[in-house]
Design a protein around this ligand. Sequence first.
Ligand code: HEM
Length: 144
Amino acid sequence: MRHLLFLHLLGASVWVGGHLVLLFGVLPRAMRKRDPQPVRNFEQIYERIGIPALLVQIGSGLWMASLWLPYAEWLGDSPVAHLVQAKLVLLGFTALLGVHARLALIPKLDAQRLPQLGLHIVLITLTAVAFVWVGAGFRFGGLW
Ligand code: HEM
């Protein structure tokens, strides 16, 4: 369990840290210059470490969740089940945002679509931070 949690925290650092750098470091510069290129450059470098980190989160997360609760109880009504459900909803949202970015946004990225890209980056970063909030809930027995 300790090794799983270690991997999970390492992956969380990469995923959340990378998106915070993108939101607060790279995006403002792109908006100021009205040029999506800095975001594109960042994505190109970050992708190679961000996607493996997300896969680590999913693998270690599902595994740890199965240690907290047997699969049959994941859809139940207990506080821990609610945390697992919240993680799964956030994962679904992350996947939707990712697919939308990859298929709809990034291929046609130009200065006009920058605000849309900005909203997208805000949403994925908020989702990443929410993952951490929900994750911390396991230790404290609930979402709040
Ligand atoms: C990018 C996505 C994710 C991030 C950033 C993230 C982040 C975190 C963090 C910071 C913790 C707190 C660990 C602690 O108690 O010290 C945590 C715990 C946890 N996460 Fe995630 N998580 C992510 C995805 C997932 C997914 C997809 C699942 C699958 C259900 C999951 C399941 C869990 C479980 C079961 C714990 C409790 C671990 C424990 O303390 O025993 N996580 N997560």
